[in-house]
Design a protein around this ligand. Structure first.
Ligand code: FRU
Length: 495
């Protein structure tokens, strides 16, 4: 693979010629792994979702973007919008870094619809001649016509002494007529991750309030992309702590994303008493999620279907990563449930319904071949050792999801999914499970799988780089189970 020099990584899209972009675009368009219904970059690298908000009758969503290749170069914000969270309009690049406060990238941030404007808060990443970093917190304001204007200076120029330069990703919200943002931080002392809080009366002048007081402090060196929402009578703090060590089935990816559920935070005292840290996703490729509130009150979460510091097979085609499908959040006891947004049902075409009674056998679903579909599958009266599904199956390839009754685990196995990558982090992901029944809702796109278990109790997300003709589905039982299946092709109608 090509080595990218610093000069090459720090060119914005304004410095690339039309010809350079056309050559890159052609390479990207020729990639066999382009997705059909996921948000993906036209060229270059996508990472975190940013600025997710409902404004002026539409959802607006931005993402971290380096346009010129599949590397973490100077970050722009790319902008898409949607009325239904399913069909996304391409609004082009939203923020191009150009000012003193963002000279080395417009990093992650959030959106708040207020005063007929969408306020976009983000971290301006800067470096000096000695390559020392200084983060600024910045503001850009989008009007109803979609025009984005940057505030002429940073809204937070200096950070409190106690933090390192890992200080970024403001998530803004309103609470009792005041504005707050939570921001990811690393304390100098001990290099420990934490979440700082700022307060403002006018969205322009901001004051440091302190840190959210959590007993999870002490885990991880930098907590990226914090988010805070209130569901029912609880407060939910979502963040991506870097540096948790793998522990049993947990924390297997290079970095994790998860949440704490506790009391609603009183932003005067910042006390937060909560239960255990839970990962949002049990799969391989999920990071830096962000939520927004829909007009009907639902909280919607979108994640980056990728991870930092990992090479992906699409790199050689000049692009990397996509976002996850949006998920609706709800609370069940001390857990968040995550279901695919109901609006996705509008993509369903050609429903097929099937039932099987399996007894120590494996069956390939007849007359089905597909690489872009949704599958609902319920296993009932499960007995024996193992029941499951093989997806994107061909002569040599398969992606297997199964329930291992002896181990009492659900397993996603991508050992034979196709092109290998990130194998040093293992080829299986697992989580504990016990039950006579199991319901799966699975979304397959050209190069990804998202498995929702029992209406959102667990989610497994993974990129898979499988050959086009590996398109069968088989179901199997080492033991017995009844299976009811529904499959729909998913088509995004051209706009
Ligand atoms: C998370 C992250 C953020 C940062 C952004 C830069 O993936 O590292 O903390 O703002 O990506 O692209």
């Amino acid at each position: 693979m090509k080595e990218w020099t610093r000069e090459e990584r720090y060119r914005t899209i304004l410095e690339a010629s039309d010809e350079e972009m056309a050559v890159l675009k052609e390479k990207v368009d020729g990639c066999p792994y382009r997705q059909k219904f996921h948000i993906q970059p036209t060229t270059g690298l996508l990472n975190d979702p940013n600025g997710f908000a409902y404004f002026n009758g539409e959802y607006h969503l931005f993402y971290q973007w380096f346009p010129l290749g599949p590397v973490h170069g100077i970050k722009h914000w790319y902008h898409v919008s949607s009325k239904d969270l399913v069909h996304w309009n391409d609004c082009g690049v939203g923020i191009i870094p150009s000012e003193y406060f963002e000279s080395h990238g417009a990093f992650s941030g959030s959106g708040l619809a207020e005063n007929d404007k969408l306020y976009l808060f983000y971290t301006g990443n800067t470096r000096n001649d000695k390559w020392e970093r200084h983060p600024y917190q910045c503001l850009a304001i989008m009007d109803a016509e979609g025009k984005i204007t940057k505030h002429p200076k940073a809204i937070v120029e200096e950070l409190p002494e106690i933090y390192t330069d890992n200080f970024r990703d403001p998530k803004v919200f309103k609470e009792n007529d005041k504005y707050y943002f939570v921001i990811g931080a690393e304390r100098k002392e001990g290099n420990l991750g934490t979440i700082a809080v700022y307060e403002s009366g006018d969205l322009i002048n901001w004051n440091y309030k302190g840190e959210i007081k959590t007993s999870f402090f002490g885990n991880g060196f930098m907590w990226e992309c914090p988010d805070y929402i209130k569901i029912d009578d609880k407060g939910v703090l979502i963040f991506s702590p870097q540096g948790l060590e793998a522990n049993g089935d947990k924390y297997k990816n290079i970095f994790q994303s998860g949440y704490l559920i506790g009391n609603k935070i009183d932003f005067e005292n910042l006390e937060f008493n909560h239960g255990e840290f839970r990962e949002l996703d049990r799969g391989f490729d999920f990071y830096a999620p962000q939520t927004t509130k829909a007009p009907d009150g639902r909280y919607i979460l979108v994640g980056w279907m990728g991870l930092p510091e990992i090479a992906y097979p699409t790199d050689e085609n000049g692009w990397a990563h996509c976002l996850t499908i949006p998920r609706e959040l709800s609370l069940k006891g001390d857990k968040l449930l995550q279901k695919p947004v109901r609006e996705l049902a509008s993509l369903r075409k050609n429903e097929r319904v099937m039932s099987y009674a399996l007894n120590n056998e494996e069956t390939t679903i007849e007359d089905f071949k597909g690489n872009v579909y949704e599958l609902e599958c319920s296993f009932e009266n499960i007995a024996g050792k193992r029941v499951g599904l093989k997806l994107r199956q061909g002569i040599k390839e398969e992606t297997v999801f199964y329930y291992d009754l002896e181990e009492k685990k659900l397993v996603l196995d991508r050992s034979h999914s196709g092109k290998d990558f990130a194998v040093e982090y293992g080829r299986e992901r697992k989580c504990p499970y016990e039950g006579k029944n199991l319901k799966l809702q699975i979304f397959i796109d050209t190069s990804s799988i998202e498995v929702f278990v029992n209406d959102g109790e667990e989610v497994f997300t993974a990129r898979i780089f499988t050959a086009k003709d590996s398109s069968n589905i088989s179901i199997f039982a080492h033991g017995k189970t009844d299976v009811n299946l529904k499959i729909w092709d998913l088509y995004l109608d051209e706009k």
